[in-house]
Design a protein around this ligand. Structure first.
Ligand SMILES: NC(=O)c1ccc[n+]([C@@H]2O[C@H](COP(=O)([O-])OP(=O)(O)OC[C@H]3O[C@@H](n4cnc5c(N)ncnc54)[C@H](O)[C@@H]3O)[C@@H](O)[C@H]2O)c1
Length: 344
């Protein structure tokens, strides 16, 4: 069995520790954190796992693969060192904080012949996989549009804004479902509480197929919402991840344009058919994700969310925020107009 180590034992790391310990496909043998209190907590919980406070010492341990759940700004450096030491690497989402770093990481993984996987957990969740099957089978028809809402109160992050924290999930789901890269993207956001970190943002994407998508993300909302709406020519689907059961609902609803039989006849017909909620296994996505990582290494196959996939998510996010509206971007004449409107 492959021996796996985990670096980063803060908020998310303990969840990975639990599934690494639970998985029947690997042995969880080492853990690492620069914070002694985080390290001590996991060491006490898993006495057979060797604790390391130095990442270099951790890499010297007898390990086949490492999982990295440290802050995003450290992903590139730690993953490079892990790949260079011959380990297969799982990096929590997002792969890196820039396309440049993501691409270099992908190149390094290819050159060293090691598996690089990005932890886009939702891509392994049964509702998301089921919707992908419905889209691929043609049941939904051609996709008109998708809208995502991922909002709640907090958790405010110190290192990144809400786009790099929450929108990464929606963009990964979007790229997985559509299997194409956006042709155009833009976004708006606002830093309401912290000075220069957006806590609310809206991202829009257009795809070569014509499908359009919007993502609303916020750390500043009274309710927790995880809602996605998918509108196709044959079916409409809602996916609510906060629902304890019946997370996915498939609506046989739509609007068709028919040829009028007489002059002036209304040409639209509304279809109001059945609503179906498919059975979904209740397996934890994180466990499925870790098992997929191990299986990909064993079979020497590219994981579903390999380095390329992770790099594309980063690129799509950059594409959207690169065109974000900033006051400084407004041409001088328009800026005067904005100032004038504010003054009156
Ligand atoms: N897949 C998901 O659904 C999901 C959910 C939450 C967070 N995440 C991701 O997990 C990662 C970690 O997020 P978090 O919220 O746990 O952050 P965190 O800040 O709570 O924890 C990070 C930990 O890494 C440790 N660390 C920092 N530098 C280190 C180094 N060089 N070597 C070893 N340890 C080091 C810190 O001491 C800290 O304990 C991020 O990439 C985040 O996006 C994923």
């Amino acid at each position: 069995m492959l021996k796996v180590g985990l670096a980063g034992l803060g908020y998310w790391g303990p969840n990975l520790a639990r599934v690494l310990n639970q998985s029947s496909r690997c042995l969880f043998t080492a853990c690492c954190d620069v914070d002694p209190s985080k390290l001590a907590r996991i060491a006490a919980q898993y006495p057979n796992v060797s604790p390391f406070s130095s990442f270099d010492d951790f890499l010297q341990a007898d390990l086949d693969a490492v999982a990295i759940a440290t802050p995003i700004s450290t992903h590139y450096d730690l993953a490079v060192r892990a790949l260079a030491s011959g380990k297969h690497v799982f990096v929590e989402k997002p792969l890196c904080d820039s396309s440049k770093n993501s691409n270099q990481l992908v190149d390094l993984a290819v050159r060293s012949g090691r598996t690089l996987m990005t932890g886009h957990t939702f891509v392994y969740s049964p509702p998301v996989v089921r919707i992908k099957q419905l889209i691929d089978s043609g049941e939904v028809g051609s996709l008109h549009y998708l809208s995502f809402s991922r909002v709640n109160l907090g958790l405010y992050r110190k290192d990144v804004d809400v786009v790099w924290d929450l929108a990464v999930h929606d963009v990964s789901i979007l790229l997985y479902w559509l299997g194409e890269f956006p042709s155009r993207a833009c976004s708006f956001g606002r830093s309401c509480v912290q000075k220069s970190k957006r806590d609310v943002a809206y991202l829009w994407f257009e795809f070569p197929s014509g499908t359009v998508a919007s993502c609303e993300v916020s750390w500043l909302s009274p309710h927790k919402m995880r809602r996605t709406c998918i509108v196709g020519s044959n079916r409409m689907i809602t996916y609510d991840d906060t629902e304890p059961s019946e997370k996915v609902k498939i609506y046989d609803r739509g609007v068709s344009l028919r040829t009028p039989e007489s002059f002036g006849e209304f040409q639209l017909t509304y279809r109001m058919g059945d609503v179906l909620s498919p059975y979904l296994a209740n397996t934890e996505p994180l466990l499925l994700e870790i098992d997929h990582f191990i299986e990909s290494i064993e079979k020497n196959q590219a994981p579903r969310t390999d380095g390329y996939f992770g790099a594309n998510v980063v690129k799509a996010i950059e594409m959207a925020i690169g065109s974000a509206w900033e006051p400084g971007d407004v041409p001088a004449s328009q800026q005067e107009l904005v100032l004038h409107q504010e003054a009156t």
